[in-house]
Design a protein around this ligand. Sequence first.
Ligand SMILES: C[S@@+](CC[C@H](N)C(=O)[O-])C[C@H]1O[C@@H](n2cnc3c(N)ncnc32)[C@H](O)[C@@H]1O
Length: 233
Amino acid sequence: MDRKEIIYKRYQKGAGLYDHLLSTDRLWSLLACKLVWGFPDTVYTNKLLKWIPDDFNGSLLDVPVGTALFTAPKYKGLKDAQIVCLDYSTEMMTAAQKKFTEEGIGNIKCLRGDVGALPFEEDSFDIVLSMNGFHAFPNKEAAFQEIIRVIKPGGCFIGCFYIKGENRRTDWFINHLYVPKGYFTPPFMAKKELLDQLNKHYRQVELWNTGSIVCFRGVKPSQEVLLEQGDQS
Ligand SMILES: C[S@@+](CC[C@H](N)C(=O)[O-])C[C@H]1O[C@@H](n2cnc3c(N)ncnc32)[C@H](O)[C@@H]1O
């Protein structure tokens, strides 16, 4: 079975428990989260999502949407935005769709797909949001390339994911539990590698980390800016 199928099966099976694990609404998940990460996910998700303006009315791609645990409350307020959510796991996305329906959020389209082969034309979105996806994606280079392809010039890439080398205990759990269980896929990036990667393709890059989770944003330059700077990549 290739890595894409392993990850797919893991999230198909794990969708039912995912929200409990990440929202730490059970004693076991609170303890697991403290042990592995040292903090609850809301510490960084709330801050990250502030990068999407509350009056945003453009087009946004959320990949991978997962169960929309952190994004559904944000999307409820973005009534004039055109939102597309994509994930490889139908079970994860069904949980997201349930939240959108329950919250009465109508301006969202959910699609099953692979981040490495996005079914969109180039320059389609004002914002691409990728929360906690890159540590799972089997082909990270393809994901980076596809995301930049579909962002409009002047549009923004916002994301967060696990990075190695910030906390030895977290790294141990990732390598000895999350990878063998099929939740995460190596190779993992270090903070400096990500910063270099973003600076190569984006402008106005901002990046900070909470423990082993890095949060970042960058603006896709227009062709004119690239030509001025002698960079046509
Ligand atoms: C850790 S979850 C993150 C979900 C959500 N964004 C969050 O922060 O809770 C990772 C998600 O990546 C999805 N995924 C893994 N490989 C993918 C791929 N190649 N294309 C699209 N989604 C993928 C999984 O199905 C899973 O829903």
